[in-house]
Design a protein around this ligand. Structure first.
Ligand code: ATP
Ligand code: MG
Length: 501
């Protein structure tokens, strides 16, 4: 058994987070400036110390300090003294920095195919009809071995399906021009936020998030300050990461400590105007990922930000202060108090409004998985630095990392975009050759046949078109290897996330 992690203390008791209960998830809440980020840092430090890697997004850019030993912080010294932490020492922890834009960390990428139509629909703000068409576009790509890796691929594929909508309608159902147009517009909007940078290869290998260094768990920090300007990209990326973890990790049963702890900061962004179907699926992912040995801790200002059925999955609770200016606030405070296990000696609702910075109502799961009695306590101070490191220190860490260079080189292998372009060129050339030797009337026929050849090949037509289909199948097999796997995986994710596949 891993040692219980001492997280908080008051004058009569010590509060521990049990590592074997960390996969029963958690919730850290509190108004701005009440100590949520430091609490998250303290939890991550403790997990790292017992060899558990963590993933967290750094919304305000104030988490990088975890890589450096603390010291010289009066608030920390005061707390060490107040809590009588005799063997407290300053320490830094191993960190890997990540950044969608590759500036403040190693680039994080997903392929379009892996993201799948459901998450993309959310990313692109599509309605049900449009989302249905996007599902069709994915299916047509899958059926024809066309890889969807980056935005170019998706754009080309949309164009292709749009241009040949009538030919696809019989087999796949209606592909309306308006829906294709809406998806294209969504892509433009995403590109205008530079959100297209998220897509491509090499795709993040989640095992790179699960490393240890000298026995300590690596803390993965995703730069999220810029991502906050595109909240849908942010929440979709994190949701994709969760589903990647879910799909790629084997069943783990009950472990004495988790394989990874995932902190989801600004979690309200995930639930803001999320359709009920998505909330259902998030609940499902959160519930099921537990058996893969992953703990998920949501961090948000108000516990009411998290839908009840998701909150019900979050066993370990740290409730920092809430302000209660309006009747609505007061209701939220009462609700927050009621969701914690009552301590007869504390008026929880009153306490929530009085708590100082770095102080909280804490209730951790006991060894039987039951919520412990709520205690009012001070969160331990972090051993590493509070606040950011310098840009130079950050660059040095990035350059010195084990994965330095791997994700930095984007690869652009043959995929839907290239294949469709090549096919179109071949078809045009065929038409031209035909035109050179024949009369004007014949040219026209050859032209249609050329285009038909492309479509025929993609749709598995016969005759001279077989050549195209075959070549396509071969190049697809070469390029993909795991396309079938991918599409299966997406099937799993699709069903998990409520897709139509
Ligand atoms: N456990 C703690 N030990 C020592 N100091 C703390 C602790 N918790 C908070 N503090 C102090 O309070 C400050 C604010 O805390 P923190 O940044 O965690 O607030 P927050 O809830 O994340 O705020 P925001 O919502 O604005 O991000 C810290 O910079 C630190 O100085
Ligand atoms: Mg914070």
């Amino acid at each position: 058994m891993s040692e219980p992690l001492l997280i908080a203390k008051n004058d009569h008791t010590e509060i521990h987070l049990l590592p074997q209960m960390a996969n029963r998830h958690g919730l850290i809440t509190g108004a701005t400036g009440t100590g949520k980020t430091v609490t998250l840092q303290v939890l991550a430090e403790h997990f790292s110390a017992i060899g558990v890697p963590c993933f967290m997004s750094d919304v305000k850019g104030d988490l990088s300090g975890i890589s450096r030993a603390g010291g010289g912080n009066a608030k920390v010294e005061a707390r060490v003294a107040q809590l009588g932490l005799d063997d407290f020492s300053h320490s830094g922890f191993p960190v890997t920095f990540w950044d969608v834009w590759g500036e403040q960390g190693h680039p994080v990428r997903a392929t379009v195919s892996d993201m799948g139509p459901l998450l993309l629909s959310r990313l692109l703000n599509l309605n049900d009809t449009q989302s249905g068409v996007l599902h069709l576009v994915f299916k047509i790509a899958d059926d024809n071995g066309l890889l969807l890796l980056d935005m170019k691929d998706l754009r080309s594929m949309l164009q292709f399906v749009g241009d040949n909508a009538r030919s696809f309608t019989t087999e796949y159902g209606n592909v309306s021009a308006a829906s294709i147009g809406a998806i294209q517009r969504g892509l433009l909007a995403l590109e205008s936020q530079d959100g297209d940078r998220l897509f491509g290869e090499p795709m993040l290998d989640i095992h790179d998030l699960m490393q240890t260094d000298g026995g300590r768990g690596v803390v993965n920090i995703l730069a999220a300050d810029r991502l906050m300007a595109a909240p849908k990209v942010y929440s979709t990326l994190l949701l994709w990461l969760l589903s990647e973890l879910f799909e790629n990790l084997p069943e783990a049963g009950d472990l004495d400590k988790p394989k990874l702890v995932f902190f989801f900061d600004e979690a309200h962004l995930l639930f803001d105007d999320a359709p009920p179907a998505l909330v259902d699926k998030i609940e499902l992912v959160v519930r099921l990922i537990r058996s893969k040995g992953v703990g998920v801790f949501f961090v948000t200002q108000n516990p009411a930000d998290v839908p009840d059925k998701v909150a019900a999955q979050l066993g370990n609770r740290v409730q920092h202060a809430l302000r209660a200016f309006t009747p609505r606030d007061q209701k939220a405070v009462r609700a927050a108090a009621e969701t914690m296990r009552d301590n007869p000696d504390i008026d929880e609702a009153a306490a929530i409004m009085e708590l100082g910075v770095g102080e909280a109502l804490v209730s951790m799961l006991d060894a039987k998985g039951k919520p412990g009695i709520t205690e009012r306590a001070l969160i331990l101070p972090p051993q590493a630095q509070i606040g950011p490191i310098s840009p130079a220190e950050r660059s040095a860490t990035i350059r010195g990392s084990l994965i330095a260079g791997h994700y930095e080189k984007q690869v652009d292998r043959e995929s839907a975009h290239e294949i469709l372009k090549e096919r179109a060129a071949t078809a045009a050339a065929a038409a031209e050759t035909a035109a050179a030797g024949k009369a004007a009337a014949a040219t026209e026929r050859a032209g249609t046949q050329g285009a038909g050849g492309l479509l025929g090949g993609l749709l598995g037509g016969s005759g001279r078109r077989e050549g195209v289909a075959e070549a396509l199948a071969k190049s697809a097999a070469r390029a993909i290897g795991s396309q079938v796997g991918r599409s299966l995986i997406r099937g799993v994710l699709g069903s998990l996330l409520g897709g139509k596949r």
